[in-house]
Design a protein around this ligand. Sequence first.
Ligand code: SF4
Length: 114
Amino acid sequence: MPPTNEKTKEDVRKFVEMVAEKQGWHLHPDKEFLDMLIEGLMTNFNRFGYFGCPCRLLEGDREKDKDLLCPCDYCKPDQEEFGHCYCGLYLTEEFFKTGKMPDGIPERRPIERW
Ligand code: SF4
C-alpha cells in the first residue's frame, strides 16, 4: 500500500547518511551513482511503503521483501567479503580508504527467494 508520508530525495539522503554514520560506513563515492541509489530507495518507499533494495526486484510485500529492507540482511556479509554491499551503497571504512569504486559482486540472496 502506498504510504501517506511520501519521502523526498532529501529525506532519503538524510536516512542513508544517518545509517552510514551510525554504522561507521561510507556511502558510494560517485555522487551520480549515489543519487541513483537514493532515487531508487525513494521510489520504492513511495510505491511500497518501505526502503526496499534499489537494485533488486521487489515483490511489493513487506513480509516477502523483509530480507531486502535497506540495509538488507546481506549487507554485512557482503561488506565482510567484498568491502561493500551488493548495490555499492554502503562501504566499509577499510574499503573506502582504498579509493576503489565498488564493483559488481555475486548475489548472496538465496535463489529461491528471487
Ligand atoms: S544491497 Fe545495499 S542498497 Fe541494497 S538493500 Fe542491501 S544495503 Fe541497501
